[in-house]
Design a binder for this molecule. Structure first.
Ligand SMILES: CC(C)(COP(=O)(O)OP(=O)(O)OC[C@H]1O[C@@H](n2cnc3c(N)ncnc32)[C@H](O)[C@@H]1OP(=O)(O)O)[C@@H](O)C(=O)NCCC(=O)NCCS
Length: 170
């Protein structure tokens, strides 16, 4: 196992060699993530190894969102108002190929959920949403984080943020 730290993306982070196997995810980190972070368009948080703290080995990007009750599966609706509720979209997620399959992706999603929950405690927000890049990944989000696909959009999934708190307490 390897030790890593989570940090907000800063100019000293080296993103130039990040290679996740997905060009869109690589390009976003290398070219756009920091610019967007600085302008508050979206916020990116990176994983760096303790042994090589400048180099980014994983990341996630969050943006505020909202979701209407009609989009949610029936069992997620109780207790929510009829007007749109605040949410946080996991807009990007990537792990460097060399470290994939060792739990970093799962830990980054959990870190994103806990961060969103912290923000929600201050300004509101109930859900995390993700647009999975494939059916297999949608399946992974369902199995690992109990996310639920939205009615007519099987690759868009949502979960109550409290789920991350419960998983962290367990
Ligand atoms: C998806 C990704 C972030 C997962 O990171 P990771 O560190 O390998 O994830 P973990 O080790 O925590 O978990 C691995 C799990 O992800 C699944 N997985 C990884 N890549 C996958 C893919 N392309 N399709 C389907 N499942 C995938 C594995 O099957 C494994 O499932 P399991 O927990 O049931 O065994 C990483 O593979 C990645 O960066 N992929 C390229 C970019 C990408 O597709 N991003 C997702 C955007 S929705």
């Amino acid at each position: 196992m390897f030790e890593w730290t989570e940090e907000a993306l800063k100019s000293h982070h080296d993103t130039s060699t990040f290679e996740s196997g997905n060009d869109e995810i690589n390009l976003y980190l290398r070219r756009f993530a920091f610019r967007n972070h600085r302008r508050n368009i979206s916020k990116t948080f990176v994983a760096c190894l303790r042994t090589d703290p400048q180099v980014v080995v994983g990341y996630y990007t969050l943006v505020p969102a909202e979701l209407s009750l009609d989009d949610l599966p029936g069992r997620m609706r109780p207790g929510l108002p009829r007007y749109p509720v605040g949410a946080y979209r996991l807009a990007r997620l990537g792990v460097t190929r060399a470290l994939q399959g060792q739990g970093l992706g799962r830990d980054l999603v959990t870190a994103a959920g806990l961060r969103a929950l912290e923000i929600a405690d201050q300004i509101g927000g109930v859900l995390m949403i993700v647009d999975a890049m494939s059916e297999d990944l949608a399946d992974w989000y369902q199995r690992t984080f109990k996310m639920e696909p939205l009615g007519d959009r099987p690759l868009t999934l949502a979960v109550n943020l409290r789920t991350f708190q419960q998983a962290d307490d367990a």
